[in-house]
Design a binder for this molecule. Structure first.
Ligand code: SAH
Length: 345
């Protein structure tokens, strides 16, 4: 545990609770009961549990806390709602809920800070302090559902941090939120976004749940990508693209390429054509992201007319393409604008 304290019950998958109970000589079926108290009945203390013996609960409480996260600030907009959480070691993280016609999606953070160093990204200005623990991933969702009394139908791991740099915790998180007795969020309604950690993309091809993969591509060639995404030096396109193809062979699931349009950097007609050629043989679609300018970084947003030209070029070349709708711009909850440090808010 990062905080050096007791482990938290929301960090355990159902299998892990079963194994824990078995190791204590407790019958396995109690695990499902406990899971249901945590995620269906939403208790805040073990003594609310009525169908498990007190001595089992006492011993459980010595090994696992049932602490929730503290919500320290909520900012509401018409289309989005931003939450600031305080962790047990006093670090802060953010998550954003977005209202869509198809349901409510939440964008969560995966790390405190981020080490990937993408030049255009505001969130990554603070270096990684630590990975989020499994319970910290799960509780972002549980706390938001409880606070708003609304069900979350979709989850995107696109907040602060590089999720594939916290892969083991991420996998357990997926298992817990996808479980029918957990938060019961369908795998196809969950998306993880990576800047391109090739070994993890390959591993993710073997992960048993049908979770969506998005790749932050942001450039049609190595020259541009090297300038804006340091990770490209470790995993350049000639490694990234084959890894994505292998992932597709294994999963048969369409991937999303995210492409932020940065004025005069990656937004020319030539870039659009080069991008079309790069991805045309891949089962994918491209999500064009209008850049959110920040005060601290010099990048500029591409004008709408050029965004449309870029879009048209991809379309004409038979690439599936969408332009990302922007949420929460009044509360700086937009993409890449989450910040991991309360003092910076
Ligand atoms: N590390 C992961 C997930 C977090 S970033 C990744 O790189 O995919 C989530 C998305 O927001 C990425 O596509 C990122 O490139 C994008 N992003 C970062 N800063 C942005 C900004 N200022 N405007 C728009 N999108 C941004």
């Amino acid at each position: 545990m990062a905080s050096g304290e007791m482990k938290n019950i929301y960090g355990l998958t159902l299998d892990e609770i079963e194994n824990y109970f078995l190791s204590k000589g407790v019958k396995k079926f109690h695990a499902l009961q406990l899971f249901s108290w945590l995620y269906e009945k939403r208790i805040y203390a073990y003594d609310e549990i009525t169908n498990i013996k007190k001595e089992i609960l006492n011993s459980l409480s010595l090994d696992y806390s049932i602490n929730h996260l503290k919500i320290v600030e909520v900012q509401e907009d018409i289309d989005a709602c931003k939450f600031l959480f305080e962790l047990e070691d006093s670090e802060h993280i953010e998550a954003v809920l977005m209202y869509h016609d198809y349901g409510n999606s939440v964008c969560i953070s995966s790390q405190v800070g981020c080490n990937m160093g993408c030049k255009f990204c505001e969130s990554g200005r603070r270096k990684k302090v630590r990975n989020l623990e499994v319970h910290e991933l799960v509780l972002q969702l549980l706390m938001i559902e409880e606070y708003l009394k609304k069900r979350i139908s979709h989850v995107v791991v696109m907040g602060i941090g590089e999720p594939f740099d916290n892969y083991d915790n991420l996998k357990k998180f997926f298992q817990i939120i996808n479980h029918p007795k957990g938060l019961a969020i369908g795998a196809r309604h969950i998306t993880v976004s990576t800047c391109g950690l090739v070994p993890k993309i390959l591993e993710f091809g073997d992960f048993p749940l049908q979770i969506n993969l998005a790749i932050s591509l942001h450039a049609p060639n190595n020259e541009i990508r090297n300038k804006i995404m340091p990770i490209n030096k470790a995993y350049p396109l000639e490694k990234l693209i084959p890894a994505i193809k292998k992932y597709l062979e294994k999963t048969n699931r369409r991937v999303t390429f995210e492409y932020i349009l940065l004025k005069d950097i990656n937004d020319t007609d030539e870039c659009a054509l080069e991008l079309a050629n790069l991805v045309k043989k891949i089962n994918c679609y491209v999500n064009l992201i209008p850049y959110n300018e920040t005060n601290n970084l010099e990048f500029k947003r591409t004008k709408t007319i050029q965004i449309m030209r870029f879009y048209d070029i991809l379309k004409k070349n038979n690439i599936g393409v969408t332009i990302r709708r922007e949420f929460g711009s009044n509360i700086s909850a937009a993409c890449g604008q989450l910040r991991s440090n309360k003092e910076e808010l």
